[in-house]
Write a protein that binds this ligand. Structure first.
Ligand code: FAD
Length: 329
């Protein structure tokens, strides 16, 4: 039975949603293959192991904790050395991590160290005999490729939000592990991490994303998007490249081929045409709602629910309806 290693991404000592998703996906993959252990690997500054027990909720049988001051911020060289070392020693079939900015940096480094295959931006996976079969959108999402990955251990980075983290409670054993070499003696040291000023959820963590396009006409009008996101209470704000190029919103909010790749439970597209480069970043969202005054806008081709109308009328009404529904529940 396969043993799977899930790398649990953390930031400032807290486990990130992509980290939980890696554990949940490992659990589901192991179970579908007849069982097998899931080991969650947590690397961070002293104290990061406090989150360890909770990873049993997502299906970890064992939590491997490495605490060292050199891991206070993401340390690419030292972290890739640790993950590569664990994958080799543990005899793992598969290494899973999130296809976040950190995961997309880490996965190829580990694969390079070990000389094993890696696929990033994966939306589904399963074990089939000796192979790992993964689903990977290509060509800006117009084609969903099924790839057969040969080689052990394989490394797979999952698109944030693509796998629903569900409860699969276990009582994990917690093991302390040692660093490889001196993690403080790496060539690259991250000295500072500047976080955005937004108080909203990160795009990769939010179950709901309200995203705005050029149809909003100005930076000021983005308050409509902010208000709708605020009404949901668990939403992040996204934007198209047209909007970020105009300087109406920061580039960190751009969704699409040259921006963030997201798969929230709900994606609300406000005044967005649905250019292929935008769809590349959001078409795998579970439910898509589009608001556009042009009934022929391409966004309606991927939308589950389409509202043909003026955003300046529809969005305030929707915001009021969401507020009312939430206060009634
Ligand atoms: C190499 C490359 C990479 C790119 N990468 C990205 C990327 O990562 N992400 C991305 O988003 N784009 C990307 N683009 C740009 C992309 O091609 C589009 O130009 C962009 O997505 C369009 O943004 P938009 O939908 O906001 O604007 P538009 O295409 O101008 O659409 C605005 C929409 O708003 C509607 N509208 C206008 N007024 C109203 C109203 N009052 N009420 C309701 N609807 C209204 C219109 O009908 C229209 O459909 C890339 C382009 C290239 C060439």
């Amino acid at each position: 039975m396969p043993t799977i290693l899930a790398y649990v991404e953390t930031r400032a000592g807290a486990v990130r949603k992509v980290g939980l998703e890696a554990v949940a996906a490992a659990r589901a993959t192991a179970d579908a293959a007849g069982g097998g252990e899931v080991h969650a690997l947590v690397v961070g500054a002293p104290g990061v192991g406090a989150a360890a027990g909770a990873l049993g909720e997502d299906g970890a049988d064992a939590v491997l904790v490495l605490e060292h001051p050199a891991f206070e911020r993401y340390n690419p060289e030292a972290t890739s050395a640790v993950v590569a070392d664990r994958l080799t020693r543990g005899g793992y079939r598969l290494g899973l991590l999130g296809s976040s900015a950190q995961g997309r940096d880490l996965a190829p480094r580990v694969a390079g160290v070990l000389g094993v295959p890696v696929v990033t931006d994966v939306t589904a996976l399963r074990l089939e005999g000796e192979d790992v079969v993964v689903t990977h959108p290509i060509d800006t999402g117009k084609v969903i490729a099924t790839l057969v990955v040969r080689g052990t251990p394989a490394l797979v980075a999952l698109r944030p939000g693509a796998v629903a983290a569900g409860p699969a409670p276990r009582q994990p054993r917690v093991e302390t592990i040692a660093a490889v070499g001196d993690p403080a003696a790496t060539r690259v040291v991250t000295t500072e991490l500047t976080l955005g000023t937004s108080t909203r959820l990160d795009l990769g963590d939010a179950p709901v994303i309200v995203s705005g396009g050029r149809g909003l006409r100005s930076a000021e009008n983005f308050r409509l998007v902010e208000e709708l996101a605020g009404a949901f209470g668990n939403a992040a704000v996204g934007a198209t490249r047209a909007v970020t190029d105009e300087g109406w919103r920061p580039h960190s909010e751009q969704i699409g081929q040259t921006g963030r790749l997201v798969s929230p439970d709900l994606y609300v597209a406000v005044g967005i045409s649905g250019a292929i480069q935008h769809l590349a970043g959001m078409r795998t969202s579970r439910t898509i709602v589009a608001i556009n005054k042009d009934k022929d806008a391409p966004i309606f081709k991927v939308a589950d629910y389409g509202i043909v109308g003026d955003v300046f009328e529809v969005v305030p009404a929707l915001t009021a309806a969401v507020r009312a529904a939430r206060s009634a529940s």
